[in-house]
Every structure is written in structure tokens, then in C-alpha cells.
Design a protein around this ligand. Structure first.
Ligand code: NAD
Length: 665
């Protein structure tokens, strides 16, 4: 429901004013870009792309007419440059400018929502803070329409304020400040000076974005909790706060930052069981696997703490009497991390930990399917000594992620599907923000004729069905040498049939529900397509009929090469198996998709495996194993599987910029 609808020029002028205002001695460094980005998002009109003083002056005139900056008019000052206007008209402190941000950038709240949201806004610890800031803004005539005038029919602005007063506090007397020309105004005076904002005489418009996110338990379909979404304007402000906090965090000695991350590691270990329960409740991950993930991520944190400082130490590459050449490493700045849900600890902390260690600030949007886990991680980080503005949680689904990419961030680390990754890269390209993408996969395994069949079947089943098949590097296709075709399929069916499917909170469970209900349709469609293209289902093949998102572990053989199940990511407990005649045939099939994350070869012959794996266009090569990652090794996908590298020394360097020094004494 629109209360304020600003034209681009008005928004631009207010952006100027805000920027000026927030670089007063309080020095809250909301960059103009952040304001403008946020205004662009809010106004939903032609984007503001450039500044031109005459345009700004025109806009200021409009704003004066609306009494938003009436003090300028009252001094009779001719506006020459917007800077003069700002100096004359406004000196806002941080809560005021934040509130102004709230009013402008959200610009479309019901009174109750405004109250609720300003209360959870960092700068406002209490309703009294909000009222105080409103009072000062009113005194500065910036929100003069917030004044309460006896007998006046409520305008949108007064609607904004009224519930704040009536809910918990008596009506406020908006007394002018000593020496100011502020005074309560008559209705007539008010109407003549303060033209209604655009749309003020219209009925409220429906809000298109939901304001909260329902976290559901995928095992039951029940709502676990409802969490407030970070609105686009709030995203921009959080990024601005992160930008402000980052230099001080980067200026701390490495030991201090490492100390905070070490404290975080300790807290995570202490609260591991509670964290595992949270993850299982919202992702549906079998509890044993949630616990394993946390245990394993502790080692990754340790590795990063031990090595990140060394990796970014300055390097002298030439030292002589006449020349010195050196390389130094500086943090990238503000890193946005947009996460997938399937391994929320691995995926989140693979970026957050090294990024913070080398001095970046992080704005972290956990997946909407792992929000509670993400919020807990940020809470632990704050409790461990990482500054509140050093790491921010951004809550929401796709639109919130898009707002984060478009905010004033220096780097976007994205983990998710190829389709979303492309959108993220395109949006970030506009500002040439650095991008790292960890995307989907369609990993293939080749089972040679000389294997121990049972061992290979067990390992491949594990690689395919761990985490209910929802791993980017899950084995999704198997190519089996024709010499062992029947025996291998029988062993695979036996291995898969031994899995316990059921309640993810039970430690005996191997396979739980799918995290996303939509994926059930994807799997169903892939199986129908596979059967149409010659596939035979050896086990499973259907949803499991119970509340929640359940699909039976499924093996399909003989589906044609162009069947979706042999080509597109399945991301569920489903595997396709095909026969090949020899190594060359296997190689041709394994590289036959658009993905290039990982591939595995099962044979006792190391040389044969190495030769085959060396010929594949993948980032991860597995011999007699699959679906493995390790912090000591780089993690990267090729082609549609991603861009850039995480983990290992490369994953630390991903978060710094190099500076080359050419020094002639
Ligand atoms: P997804 O693409 O649906 O969502 C990923 C994240 O992007 C979520 O946080 C989502 O809210 C956000 N998002 C959605 N639209 C956006 C937009 N327009 N702009 C910015 N952000 C947006 O993927 P998912 O279902 O969360 O994750 C599953 C996918 O992730 C699979 O394809 C899997 O293979 C991949 N994955 C890859 C790796 C890897 O290391 N390569 C690791 C884990 C998962």
C-alpha cells in the first residue's frame, strides 16, 4: 500500500540530501549509490542512473513544494547546488537518517508494519527511539506531514504515525525546537504548503511481496516458524552498514579476526546438537548427516584459521638495490553470499569464514529452505566477536537474493542452480562485481570390468543417495562395463534396498524427505520421460504417500542418452544406469552433459583411472569414491557447473584483491 511514491528526480534529490545528511560528523557512510539503488528498487520507475545539477534543482523545487524540504524555502535561499541545500536544510543523525531510509525505501507500509519493522531495525532499540527520531525529523520539517493536527482527517503520513502513538504511548506533542521557525500548522496552511504525495488520495494498493517466510518441515509439511523477510530497502541499508564496518574489521590484526572465528568454531561445536536439529527440521536432512556435516565443517574452519593469514601475507618477488617488486592482498570489501540449502554449513561457511578472516564484511542470504540454520550461524558469529555490521543475515527467497546482488556489494558468491546462477551473473555484470558461482552437476561414474562389484555398488549408492541425493556432486549417472552389467545392477539394487527411509530425526534413517516440494514433480517428469525413452525402473519410481515431500529411492536402467534423467540434474534419490562397451565408450558418455563438476572411475587399476579422469572436463576427479569434497583441495565446477574456486588456498585468495608494487629506490 503506497504511502510515498517518489518520481526518480525526487528520489534522486532525497538521495542527495540523505547522502549529505549522513556524512555529517556522525558519519554514517550511506553511499549515494546505495541510496540510489534502493530508491530505484522502491520507486519502480525509470531508474536513476546519473546526476545532473539542474535536474536535482528541479527536483528540489518539487520537494519544496511538497514541504519535504520547506526550510530551504523559508530561508529564502536560492538553490545553486544541492550541497548548499543539504547544509542548510538538514543535519540528520544516524537514527534519523535510518528512519528516513525506512520511510523512503520501504515507502509502502501499513502503520502497524512500520512500527513492527522499525522496532527490529538495528538503530532502533525501542519505540521511544522511533518516536524521538520522528520528532526530530518533524522538527527538521522533513516529515512535516507527520504532525498531528487537531481535527485533521488522517493523511497517509499521519496514518503512519498514529498507531505508534496509540499503541503504547500517549499522543506526542510535536513541539518545535527553541529558535526554529517550526510551529504547529493550521489545516489550511498545511494543505497549501504540503501538496499530497502521489497516490495519497488513492486506496491502498496490494503489497506484491510477502513480508514473512514460512519455514516448513519437509518431513511433515508443517510450519516450523515464520521469519520476517529483509525488505529490498533494508537489504541496501544492511549492505551500507557492512561497508561502513568493513575497514575497521580489516584493520584488526589477523590474530584478532582469527580469534573471533575460533570462538565461533567453539560455539558451533558446543551447540552442534541444537544446530543439527534445526537443520533437520527445516531441510529434512537425516539427523546423522546433519551431525556429520557440522563435525566436518569444524575441520574446515580450523584449516582456514590456520592457513588464511599465510595465504594473504605480502610477498616480495624481487629485491635488489635498484628494484623491489612485491604483491600485497587487500580484502574485496563487502561480499554477498547467496546460499543453497542442501549443505548449509559447508556452503555458507566455505565463503563466510575465509571472507571474514581476510578482512571482508559479509551479507549472507541463506536459502529460504535453510533460513533458521543461516540465522543461527550469524547469531553464533556475532556472539563470537564478529561485529554486528561485519556479517549480516538477509532473509528471503529469490527477490531478496536479487536485491542483494543489485545492492552495493563488491562480490557475489552464489551457490545454487545453473538457471539462477546465470541470472545472478548477468545482474552482477552490470556493476562488474566479482562473481563466484557454484552450480549444479550431473556427475557420472564409470564402473570398469575389473572391479570388486559389491564394493563399487556400495560406494556408488552412497555417492548417489547420501543427503537423499540432494548433493551437487551426487552420482546421478552410472556407466557400467558390459562384462559386469547384470551383476552390478543386482548389487546396486541390493545396496539401495538396504537403506532405511523415514523420519529424519531418527539416527537410523539414511534417506529422508526432499527439501523442496517442487522437486517431486521434476523427478516424476524425469522418470516418465525415461520410461518413454526405453528406461526400466529396477526399484522405487514413485512418491511415497505420506505428508511431506517423499520420494522412494529409484534406479532406472537403459534410458536413452537424451533422456532427461541422463542429461539434466535430478537432485533427488534417483539414479540412471547405462551399459558401455569399453573405456572409450564410457569417456564419450561421461562428458556428454553441459555440467562439469565431478566424475568417478571405479577400478583397482590406478593408471587406468588416472588416464580416464585426466581426459574429462570436470573440476573434481574421483578414483574409487564419489561425492567428496575436502578443504585442502580446490572446489570448482566447469561449464554449467560454475565459475571460480572455493576451499583450499585458491578459495582464500578468492576474497582478496592483489596489488602489484613497482618500487624504484
Ligand atoms: P536455487 O538456484 O533455487 O537457489 C539458490 C539461492 O539463490 C537461494 O538462496 C535463492 O533464494 C536464491 N535466488 C533465487 N533466485 C535468485 C535471484 N534471481 N537472484 C539472486 N538470488 C536468487 O538453488 P537451490 O535449490 O537452493 O540449490 C540447489 C542447487 O544448488 C542445485 O543445482 C545444486 O547442484 C546446487 N549446489 C551446488 C553446489 C556446488 O558446490 N557446486 C553446492 C550446493 C548446491
Amino acid at each position: 500500500m503506497a504511502i510515498v511514491t517518489l518520481t526518480p528526480e525526487e528520489a534522486r534529490a532525497l538521495g542527495c540530501l540523505m547522502e549529505k545528511a549522513v556524512t555529517t560528523p556522525d558519519n554514517y557512510p550511506m553511499s549515494l549509490n546505495a541510496v540510489v539503488t534502493a530508491c530505484n528498487q522502491t520507486t519502480n520507475r525509470e531508474p536513476i542512473v546519473s546526476y545532473n545539477e539542474s535536474v536535482v534543482e528541479t527536483a528540489l523545487d518539487t520537494l519544496r513544494e511538497k514541504a519535504l524540504i520547506r526550510r530551504v524555502k523559508s530561508t529564502g535561499q536560492r538553490v545553486i547546488k544541492y550541497r548548499h541545500v543539504a547544509e542548510e536544510a538538514l543535519v540528520l543523525d544516524r537514527p534519523e537518517s535510518t528512519l528516513l531510509g525506512v520511510l523512503l525505501l520501504r515507502g509502502a507500509q501499513t502503520p502497524g508494519e512500520l512500527k513492527q519493522r522499525t522496532e527490529r531495525w538495528h538503530s532502533f532499540r525501542s519505540l521511544a527511539d522511533v518516536e524521538d527520531a520522528l520528532a526530530r525529523l518533524a522538527t527538521a520539517e522533513l516529515v512535516v506531514r507527520l504532525e498531528r493536527r487537531p481535527g485533521q482527517k488522517e493523511s497517509r503520513w499521519t496514518q503512519l504515525l498514529a498507531p505508534v502513538e496509540t499503541a503504547e504511548q500517549p499522543a506526542r506533542d510535536w513541539a518545535p525546537r527553541e529558535g526554529s521557525d517550526d510551529r504547529p500548522r493550521s489545516d489550511a496552511e498545511h494543505h497549501s504548503e504540503a501538496a499530497p504525495v502521489h497516490g495519497a488520495d488513492r486506496e491502498p494498493e496490494p503489497v506484491s511481496q510477502p513480508h514473512s517466510l514460512e519455514v516448513r518441515n519437509p518431513a511433515t509439511g508443517e510450519v516450523v516458524r515464520s521469519v520476517a523477510i529483509t525488505e529490498p530497502g533494508e537489504v541496501a541499508l544492511k549492505v551500507a552498514r557492512a561497508r561502513h564496518a568493513q575497514p575497521a574489521w580489516a584493520a584488526r590484526p589477523y590474530g584478532e579476526r582469527a580469534g573471533a572465528l575460533r570462538a565461533f568454531r567453539t560455539l558451533l561445536e558446543q551447540e552442534a546438537e541444537e544446530c543439527a536439529q534445526i537443520t533437520t527440521s527445516e531441510v529434512g536432512k537425516p539427523i546423522r548427516q546433519s551431525r556429520n556435516e557440522i563435525r566436518a565443517v569444524l575441520e574446515r574452519i580450523d584449516w582456514n584459521i590456520e592457513h588464511a593469514g599465510r595465504v594473504v601475507e605480502p610477498r616480495e618477488v624481487t629485491t635488489s638495490d635498484s628494484l623491489a617488486e612485491r604483491i600485497t592482498y587487500e580484502p574485496v570489501g563487502v561480499v554477498a553470499h547467496i546460499s543453497a540449502w542442501n549443505y548449509p554449513y559447508f556452503v555458507g561457511l566455505n565463503s563466510i569464514v575465509p571472507a571474514l578472516l581476510v578482512g571482508n564484511a559479509v551479507c549472507y542470504k541463506p536459502s529460504e529452505h535453510a533460513t533458521l540454520t543461516g540465522l543461527r550461524l550469524v547469531d553464533l558469529l556475532h556472539r563470537s566477536g564478529v561485529p554486528v555490521d561485519g556479517v549480516h543475515a538477509i532473509v528471503g527467497a529469490g527477490p531478496t537474493g536479487a536485491a542483494l546482488v543489485e545492492a552495493d556489494v563488491d562480490m557475489v558468491c552464489f551457490t545454487g542452480s545453473h538457471a539462477t546462477g546465470r541470472r545472478v551473473a548477468a545482474a552482477a555484470a552490470d556493476r562488474l562485481a566479482r562473481v563466484q558461482l557454484e552450480l549444479g552437476g550431473k556427475d557420472a561414474a564409470y564402473v570398469c570390468d575389473d572391479v570388486s562389484i559389491d564394493d563399487a555398488a556400495m560406494a556408488i549408492a552412497e555417492g548417489a543417495f547420501y543427503n537423499t541425493g540432494q548433493s551437487c556432486s551426487a552420482t546421478e549417472r552410472v556407466y557400467v562395463h558390459e562384462a559386469i552389467w547384470d551383476a552390478f545392477n543386482a548389487a546396486l539394487v541390493e545396496a539401495v534396498s538396504a537403506y532405511t527411509v523415514g523420519d529424519p530425526t531418527d539416527a537410523a534413517t539414511d534417506i529422508g524427505p526432499l527439501a523442496r516440494s517442487e522437486q517431486l514433480d521434476v523427478l516424476e517428469a524425469q522418470l516418465a520421460d525415461a520410461v518413454r525413452r526405453g528406461g526400466k525402473i529396477l526399484c522405487g519410481g514413485d512418491r511415497i504417500d505420506r505428508p511431506g515431500n517423499w520420494f522412494a529411492p529409484t534406479i532406472v536402467i537403459d534410458a536413452a542418452d537424451d533422456a532427461a534423467i541422463m542429461r539434466d540434474e535430478s537432485f533427488g534419490p534417483v539414479i540412471g544406469v547405462s551399459k558401455v562397451s569399453d573405456d572409450a565408450d564410457a569417456l564419450a558418455h561421461m562428458d556428454g552433459t553441459e555440467y562439469g563438476l565431478g566424475a568417478s572411475v571405479f577400478t583397482p587399476d590406478r593408471a587406468r583411472a588416472q588416464r580416464l579422469l585426466a581426459g574429462l572436463d570436470v573440476g573434481n576427479a574421483y578414483w574409487n569414491t564419489a561425492d567428496r569434497s575436502c578443504v585442502r583441495l580446490p572446489w570448482s565446477g566447469r561449464r554449467n557447473s560454475g565459475l571460480g574456486t572455493s576451499m583450499s588456498e585458491s578459495g582464500v585468495r578468492a576474497f582478496v584483491r592483489e596489488k602489484a608494487w613497482h618500487l624504484f629506490p
